[in-house]
Every structure is written in structure tokens, then in C-alpha cells.
Design a protein around this ligand. Structure first.
Ligand code: NDP
Ligand code: MG
Length: 373
């Protein structure tokens, strides 16, 4: 029987690669819905090729060949066996909660969902018996390594180190947008690529891992591994370490997440060869240079709305950086400033999360404007 799937964010980096996987596994999937933001030209091409019943885009009048439904309506449609949440930003949160409430499994790429509301989303998924299968390569790796979580001592999350791994602090201070976007290993959306340059992405992943695997922050470690072959690992209580390896391609974790628990050859292009890879390097992250990582651990440990604050301040500042208005390190300064002045709400509701998110974004913009004069 074909698995019925919808993709939220089919025009993005993850969404497009998911469609490449599905194209190779056409006999395994039926697409219920595809959604875009503003790229309706690409969405319409995808509709022509994959023939979903429903579609969603910012400008609904431009959708051709599929019936328009909102993200909420798509996620309430119980025809779906699984929904791939591959939109970027906070827009992913409410539809994910709706899908969980409707008992639909989630392949989760969208980081903000867990960073903003992991304490709401994970218990809800448990209550509804819904699987959340991570798409992010590190979490997908850990998901593949874990047999029995109660026997796991710690998680080891690998980080490529991004384009500034061996550059000086001064190089980073003066980094151009182009340099920050030149990721050595992964080709991703712009926001996450800048986060990979500051290591905020790794910080967000630590928070995701805390929620997905219910693991204390003290038991989540980050190690820099420039080749991006070991996608992450776990250490069991008896000292055994299990890692997941593979060539650095997002097709693999995307395919794992949408076909779980089955595996197929799918889009695999090449066999893995240890001899060809020859060496794997590991090093401690430079905590002084990559302060974002510390900030994320701090926010995670503080809990409650602290991670909402971290995420909102970071995202707004990254947008300003991408527009050339601020320097790379101003992103970190803005996050630091917002975190210092944030009054944490311990158990925010979804509405409160969105209120805090909006408030922090406004404050971040104002602060950046004032501090740039
Ligand atoms: P992209 O920016 O490439 O794509 C984002 C997608 O979301 C696009 O389809 C975009 O539509 C859609 N979108 C954006 N804003 C809205 C909105 N307001 N309403 C509706 N749709 C919207 O991002 P990525 O694919 O890189 O990342 C997606 C998510 O997955 C992020 O949360 C990211 O952190 C996470 N992730 C990504 C990885 C990667 O390798 N790229 C790896 C691990 C996690 P349109 O383009 O049509 O405007
Ligand atoms: Mg990742």
C-alpha cells in the first residue's frame, strides 16, 4: 500500500530533496498536499509532476491544478499517514500540533517546532501515540543508533564547524554574507547556513535533541567533525559507542524519516567506502569563538520561554545580517542582550510562545538599530 504524505515547504531545500526521494520511490508514496510560501511557479511545476490533491501558498490565486487548503486544513486531513514539516521558521509549529492532534505521524525538519515548544509538542505526541521522526541529520543519526533510551548515557552530536572553523576571530568579525553562506559540506537554506557559520545551528540542535530524546543537557555533547561523515553517535552506559555514518547528503535522512521503519535503495547514488574517506577528524568546539553554542546550552538549561527568546532574537538578527545591515558577531550580541533581559515564563502556552516570539523580534530589531548608530 502507498504511504500517503503531505510536504509543508515543498519548494524549500528540504522539500525539493524530499520530492527527489519520492520521485525515486514513486510506487511507495501518494502525495496528498504540497505547500509553498511565495514560490508558486515552482509549486505549480511540482503540482504538475506529482499531482497532489491539495496545495497551499501565500497567494492562493496563483495555485494551478490542485485545490487550495490552508496548512491547518492539510494537517487536519486524516488521509495523511505522515506529514513532512519542512517549512522554515515558526510557521511550522501550529500545523505540527494540529497534525499530532489528528494522530498523523510527523517527519520533522523544522527546528523551530521543538526549540520553541518542545515541552508541548513531545508530550502531546506521546499522548496521541504519534511518531516524530527527525529529519535533521544529527537527530536522524541518533534515532537510528538508539535501541533502548534507558541504556543511553550520553548523546554525541557532530558539527562540521562551518566555514569559519579554522579562521580567526578577526576573520569572523569582518565576514561578508557571501563568506558566511559558503558552507563547506551542506547546501541548505540561507538562514540555517548562517546559523551553521556561528554554530547557533548546533546549539538549536542540542535543544532539539534534549526534547526528542528526553536527555539532560549535561548528557548532550558536541564534537567538531569537519568531514561530516559521522552524523552523530550515542554512548551507552557500558561504554559502547554507536555512531551512524554516511556520505553527507540530506537525501538519506529525509528518506529514512519518510519511509521509517522500512528502508529502500531509493536515491542512494554511491556505495560507502572507508578507504576512499581515509580519515575522520574530531576536535573540541572552540567555545570562545562560537559563543552561540554556549548561549543555546544556557537557554536550554533555563528552559521555559528562554529558548523562544534565543530563537526569535537569533532569527531576526540573522535576517538583518543577510540584508547586510549588521556584522556576523552582532547576531550573537543581540541574542546575548535579549536573553539577559528576558523574564522567563516557565510553561508558556502556544499563544504565549507566539506573543513572546513577536515581542523579542521587535526588541531585537530596535536594539540592533540603536546599537548600529
Ligand atoms: P528553505 O528556506 O530552503 O525552505 C523553506 C520552505 O518553507 C520553503 O518551501 C518556503 O516557501 C516555505 N516557507 C517559508 N516561509 C513560509 C511561510 N511564511 N508560509 C508558508 N511557507 C513558508 O529552508 P530549508 O529547507 O533549508 O529548511 C527548512 C527547515 O528544515 C528549517 O526549519 C531548517 O532549520 C530545517 N533543516 C534544514 C536542513 C537543510 O539541510 N536545509 C537540515 C536540517 C534541518 P517558498 O520558498 O515558496 O517561499
Ligand atoms: Mg543538522
Amino acid at each position: 500500500m502507498k504511504r500517503k504524505i503531505s510536504i509543508l515547504g515543498s519548494t524549500g531545500s528540504i522539500g525539493r530533496q524530499a520530492l527527489e526521494v519520492i520521485d525515486k520511490l514513486q510506487d511507495k508514496f501518494e502525495i496528498i498536499a504540497l505547500t509553498a510560501g511565495s514560490n508558486t511557479d515552482l509549486l505549480n511545476e511540482q503540482i504538475k509532476k506529482f499531482k497532489p490533491k491539495y496545495a497551499c501558498a501565500s497567494d492562493t490565486t496563483k495555485i494551478e491544478g490542485a485545490k487550495h487548503l490552508s496548512l491547518e486544513e492539510i494537517c487536519s486531513n486524516k488521509e495523511n499517514d505522515i506529514i513532512l514539516v519542512a517549512v522554515s521558521g515558526k510557521i511550522g509549529l501550529r500545523p505540527t500540533i494540529t497534525a499530532i492532534n489528528n494522530g498523523i505521524d510527523i517527519a520533522l525538519a523544522n527546528k523551530e517546532t521543538l526549540v520553541m515548544a518542545g515541552d508541548i509538542v513531545m508530550p502531546l505526541a506521546k499522548e496521541k501515540g504519534v511518531n516524530i521522526i527527525p529529519v535533521d541529520s544529527e537527530h536522524c543519526a541518533i534515532h537510528q543508533c538508539i535501541k533502548d533510551i534507558s541504556q543511553v548515557d550520553s548523546l554525541i552530536i557532530t558539527a562540521s564547524g562551518g566555514p569559519f572553523l579554522h579562521k580567526t576571530v578577526d576573520d569572523m568579525k569582518n565576514a561578508t554574507v557571501e563568506q558566511a553562506l559558503a558552507h563547506p559540506r551542506w547546501n541548505m537554506g540561507k538562514k540555517i547556513t548562517v546559523d551553521s557559520a556561528t554554530l547557533m545551528n548546533k546549539g538549536l540542535e542540542v535543544i532539539e535533541a534534549h526534547h526528542l530524546f528526553n536527555m539532560d543537557y549535561d548528557r548532550i555533547n558536541v564534537v567538531v567533525h569537519p568531514q561530516s561523515i559521522v552524523h552523530s553517535a550515542i554512548e551507552y552506559v557500558d561504554g559502547s559507542v554507536i555512531a551512524q555514518l554516511g556520505l553527507p547528503s540530506m537525501h538519506i535522512p529525509i528518506q529514512y524519516a519518510i519511509t521509517y521503519p522500512e528502508r529502500f535503495e531509493g536515491i542512494k547514488s554511491k556505495s560507502f567506502s572507508f578507504a576512499e574517506i581515509a580519515r575522520l577528524d574530531f576536535e573540541e568546539p572552540n567555545w570562545d569563538k562560537f559563543k552561540a553554542l554556549n548561549l543555546a546550552y544556557d537557554a536550554g538549561r533555563l528552559g521555559g520561554s528562554a529558548t523562544v527568546c534565543l530563537n526569535a532574537a537569533n532569527e531576526e538578527a540573522v535576517f538583518e545580517f543577510l540584508e547586510g545591515k549588521i556584522k556576523l558577531f552582532d547576531i550573537i550580541h543581540a541574542v546575548e542582550e535579549m536573553m539577559q533581559n528576558h523574564n522567563i515564563i516557565k510553561k508558556p502556552s502556544v499563544d504565549e510562545i507566539f506573543d513572546i516570539d513577536s515581542e523579542i523580534r521587535i526588541k531585537t530589531k530596535e536594539w540592533l538599530k540603536c546599537s548600529m548608530v
